[in-house]
Every structure is written in structure tokens, then in C-alpha cells.
Design a protein around this ligand. Structure first.
Ligand code: PMP
Ligand code: GLU
Length: 386
């Protein structure tokens, strides 16, 4: 009854676990969740107020499929000044970041085309490539190298069928950052081999060491780069489902066709809330970043105190991706922690084969819950060794 494509598709490890934890909480179970990558803060009040006002003003109808003009303009100005990506409103389409990645892949990939992406990497890259009948080519990074992607490993995996490389900096799940030199080298590979780059920069504002560099700012490859980012992580707006894609006009035109035949457009009041976030948001971004930095600095030493656990200090995003030495597959360990210690983590294997032996802890939780959850983990993991 169902298509092969959908039957073969694996559920999302992050969203599925997130659902399970919500269900347990609804049943009154006191589970502490470090699964879903989302800030626990409330969306800034001025953003909420702008969306409420838009509803009161009757912004309840369809709007332009590419996004309302004011927001496209604001995003173009924002990425030009902040990211160094020269953009006009014609280079912008407003859509959820996840759907932007899906749209980028749908518009580039023909059946059998190969797409390179990081391993470990975010759970949805591979499935999105499969949905386009493309061939997922996960390319490994290593804990020993600080989870830094070696451009030579990328080059070694490029074939005549390679269509695109997906980059993610800062990285989910490892928190690593791709340096400007490495981005330059990857850009050169794309230029030499005539490839596109899909740059997922959803965590761009959560960089704790050094500064974020957008590959779309490099002149020689500007036209090959599709940059995806959005409001979810920077402004605590995950539930608003809004982000953007920046690309050359023809790409925007292609993705817009997909938008027109699927979502139509994003809700106008959501877009007006997002506009308020962009206009007045720097302060809230800085507050959010500094709070995450403090949580990172609290959590990593506590994790390293646990016997059998080692964790490098992540440079960005809000994930601690730590190694475990209990000889238990990460999926099984996650299940045991959930059932026996009432703590939910995402197993490293959800992020690809290179993630086996690791667990991802989102530290975008309150300090109180972080302390309580790590105490539960410490007690449970101690029992595994005795
Ligand atoms: N890319 C990465 C690496 C992510 O972690 C997420 C999860 N939010 C997304 C894209 C999708 O972002 P959004 O929820 O804003 O669609
Ligand atoms: N991106 C977040 C995560 O990795 C939210 C869930 C998802 O979109 O995968 O947890």
C-alpha cells in the first residue's frame, strides 16, 4: 500500500525520541530530557507581541510563497552585513530551515546522484537524500581529530556522480566548527569538481570560540552555495517553524516551485514575529549565547567526572557529544538510561556509523535539570561498572 520510498525511510531518531519523552512526561513520569535540540528559553516577548499584533491586524491569509517582502529584505540585509553573503531579496526564500534543506536537495539531486555529508552528522541529511532517490555518502570525522572534517577525506569521496556537499558548522551533534581555511579548501573542491554546497548554519550564533564563517561569503564559489539558517536556535523559536535559504536567483526560483506545491507559504503572523526578532534580536542572541556557554562550562567537567565517559569541550551549538566505554551499543544505553535512570539522551548511532560509542546530550536545558540529570547519569553509569 505504501511507496517503497516511504517504507524504507527510517524515522528521525531525534524527533521520535522527543515524542517518546513528551509522552512519558504526559503520563506523569519524571523524566529529564536532554534529547531534543531546542532552547528551553521562552521566545523574546517583543517577538511574541509582534506576532499577536499581526493576528489582531488580520494577517491570517495566504501571503507570497517566497515570504513577505519586508522579511526577505531584512534577511537579505542581515546576511549581507552579518555573514558577508551579498544578497538581495531575490536571493532569499522564507521557509522552515528543515524544509529549506529538503528543498535544496530536491532541487539538486536526480536519481543516483551522490551527496556527501558529515558522519557523524544531523539525523535528517541521509534520509533527505534518499527521498530524492539520491545516494547518501556519509564521510567520517574522528573524535581524535576533534571531530574536524578533513577536506582531503571529502575530496577522496567525490565521484562523477557527486552533486553536492552538505556542510554543518557549528555541527550537530559534535559542536565542532569548520575553520575558514577548511571552508576555503572545501570550496576549492566544489569549484574544481563542479559541485554545489549546501551550508547548514542553523547554529551560527552559538559559537563560543573564534567566529562563525559562512562559505557563501567566498567570491569564487558564491553561486554554488545554498546557505540555510533560521530563527529556531538563535531566538528560541523552534516551534515557530521559520527559517531562510540564501542562494542565487535561479535556485530560489526552483525551490519556490516546491514551496508553491507543498507549503504554499509560511503564516504571515509567524513571518512578522520573525521580522521583529531580526530587527531587535542582537541583544537576546547574546544573552542566549552566554547562557549556553555557562551551561557548557558547567556540564562538560561534570561529564568527565563520570568514570567511563570522556567529553571534549565543544566549540559551538549546544550539544555535548561524549564517548562512553561501557561496551554497550549507544541505542541500548539510551534505552537503559531512559527506563532505569529517567534521563533521555540521543544515541550517537542516530547520527551515523561514526557516532556509535557516543551519546549526545543537549545542554539547552535549565541548570537545575542539567545538575539533576547528570547526577542520575552518574549514579546509573556507576552501577554499570560495579
Ligand atoms: N539543521 C540542523 C543541524 C538541526 O539541528 C536542525 C534542527 N532544528 C535543523 C537543521 C532544522 O531546523 P528547524 O527546526 O529550524 O527547521
Ligand atoms: N535538530 C534538533 C535535534 O537534532 C531537533 C530535532 C530535529 O529536527 O532533528 O535534536
Amino acid at each position: 500500500m505504501f511507496s517503497k520510498r516511504i517504507r524504507n525511510l527510517q524515522p528521525s531518531g531525534t524527533v521520535m525520541l522527543g515524542n517518546k519523552v513528551k509522552q512519558m512526561k504526559n503520563q506523569g513520569i519524571d523524566v529529564i530530557s536532554f534529547t531534543m535540540g531546542e532552547p528551553d528559553f521562552q521566545t523574546p516577548q517583543h517577538v511574541i507581541d509582534a506576532a499577536k499584533k499581526a493576528l489582531d491586524d488580520g494577517m491570517t491569509h495566504y501571503v507570497q510563497s517566497t515570504g513577505i517582502p519586508q522579511l526577505r529584505e531584512a534577511v537579505a540585509a542581515h546576511v549581507t552585513s552579518k555573514n558577508g553573503i551579498e544578497a538581495t531579496p531575490d536571493n532569499v526564500i522564507i521557509l522552515p530551515a528543515k524544509f529549506a534543506l529538503y528543498g535544496a536537495i530536491q532541487s539538486l539531486v536526480d536519481p543516483g546522484d551522490e551527496v556527501i555529508y558529515p558522519n557523524p552528522g544531523w539525523v535528517s541529511y541521509g534520509p533527505m537524500v534518499e527521498l530524492a532517490n539520491g545516494l547518501p555518502i556519509p564521510v567520517r570525522m574522528r573524535y581524535e581529530d576533534g571531530w574536524v572534517w578533513d577536506p582531503e577525506d571529502i575530496a577522496a569521496n567525490v565521484t562523477d556522480r557527486t552533486r553536492a556537499i552538505i556542510l554543518n558548522t557549528p555541527s550537530n551533534p559534535t559542536g565542532s566548527i569548520i575553520t575558514s581555511d577548511a571552508l576555503k579548501a572545501i570550496g576549492d573542491i566544489a569549484e574544481d569538481r563542479d559541485l554545489c554546497i549546501i551550508s547548514d548554519e542553523i547554529y551560527e550564533n552559538l559559537v563560543y570560540e573564534g567566529r562563525h564563517v559562512s562559505i557563501g561569503s567566498f567570491d569564487n564559489i558564491r553561486d554554488r552555495v545554498i546557505t540555510v539558517s533560521g530563527f529556531s536556535k538563535s531566538y528560541a523559536m523552534t516551534g515557530w517553524r521559520i527559517g531562510w535559504m540564501i542562494a542565487e536567483q535561479e535556485t530560489i526560483r526552483m525551490v519556490n516551485k516546491l514551496q508553491q506545491h507543498s507549503l504554499t507559504c509560511l503564516p504571515a503572523f509567524v513571518q512578522l514575529g520573525a521580522l521583529a526578532a531580526l530587527r531587535e534580536g542582537e541583544e537576546s542572541i547574546n544573552e542566549i549565547r552566554e547562557e549556553f556557554r555557562a551551561r557548557r562550562d558547567m556540564v562538560v567537567p561534570m561529564l568527565n567526572e563520570i568514570e567511563g565517559v570522556s567529553c571534549e569541550v565543544p566549540k559551538g551549538a549546544f550539544y555535548a557529544f561524549f564517548r562512553t566505554e561501557f561496551g554497550i551499543p549507544s541505542m541500548e544505553l539510551a534505552e537503559m538510561l531512559l527506563q532505569k535512570a529517567l534521563v533521555s539522551l540521543t544515541p550517537g548511532s542516530a547520527f551515523g556509523s561514526a557516532g556509535e560509542g557516543y551519546m549526545r546530550m543537549s545542554y539547552a536545558a535549565s541548570r537545575e535539570n542539567l545538575a539533576k540529570g547528570i547526577e542520575r547519569m552518574t549514579n546509573f553509569m556507576g552501577s554499570l561498572r560495579s
